[in-house]
Design a protein around this ligand. Sequence first.
Ligand SMILES: NC(=O)c1ccc[n+]([C@@H]2O[C@H](COP(=O)([O-])OP(=O)(O)OC[C@H]3O[C@@H](n4cnc5c(N)ncnc54)[C@H](O)[C@@H]3O)[C@@H](O)[C@H]2O)c1
Length: 201
Amino acid sequence: MNRLDGKVALISGAARGIGAETARLMVEAGARVMIGDILDERGRETARAIGGRDAAAVFNHLDVTGEEDWSGTISAAVARWGGLDILVNNAGMFLGKGIEEASLDEWHRLHAVNLTGVFLDTKLAAPALRERGQTSPHGSAIVNLASVAGLVGSQLDPLYSMTKGGVTLFTKSAALEFARKGHRIRVNSIHPGVIQTDMGC
Ligand SMILES: NC(=O)c1ccc[n+]([C@@H]2O[C@H](COP(=O)([O-])OP(=O)(O)OC[C@H]3O[C@@H](n4cnc5c(N)ncnc54)[C@H](O)[C@@H]3O)[C@@H](O)[C@H]2O)c1
C-alpha cells in the first residue's frame, strides 16, 4: 500500500522543474497525475517518462491565466480517473527586475501567472475537491508553491515577492474559508529557498 494509492492529482506547470519532480514522486507513491503546462512537447515527454505503461501521468495543455484552460484540465482529470483529490498550484514565473526597470506589461504577466492562476484553479477545482473530501478520512488537499520570498523581504525581485506574499496569505485565508464552510479541503503552501531549475531564481 503506497501513501497516495487511489488518489488523483493535478499539478500546474509540471512539464519541468519542481512540478515535474513532484509529479514523479506522486506517481511513485501511487497517485494518478494530470500534468498541465503551456510547454506542450516537454509536458508530453515528462508525462510519458514518469507515467509508465499504465499511463499514471497524462499531459493536458494548460495556461493558468485562462478560465477555459483550467475548466478543461480539471474536467479531463475527473473524466479519466473519476475525481480530484490533490491540486498543486505550482506554475509560476520570476521576473528578476528592479522596481524601476519593470514595465507595466511585465507586472501584468507576472500577476496573471503567479496570482490569477492560483485564484482560478482554487475556484474552479473546489467543487471536485469538495466532493472527494467528503469521503476521504483526511479530506482533499491544495498545495500552493509560494517561496521564501513570500515570507521575508528579497532584494532580487520585489514584484515576485509581492505575488508570493499574496499566495502566502491567500493560502491561509482559503484554508479558513473552506474550514468554516465544512468543505474538508486542506490548503497549505510551500516556501522553497533557491532551487536550481530553469526558472533561474
Ligand atoms: N526554483 C526556485 O528557486 C524557486 C524558489 C521558490 C519558489 N519557487 C516556485 O516554484 C514553482 C516552480 O518553479 P520552478 O523552479 O520549477 O520553475 P520552472 O520555470 O522550471 O517551472 C515553472 C513551470 O511553470 C510553467 N508555466 C509558466 N507559465 C505558465 C502558465 N501561464 N501556464 C501554465 N504553466 C506555466 C513553465 O512552463 C514551467 O514548466 C514556481 O511557482 C516558483 O515561483 C521556485
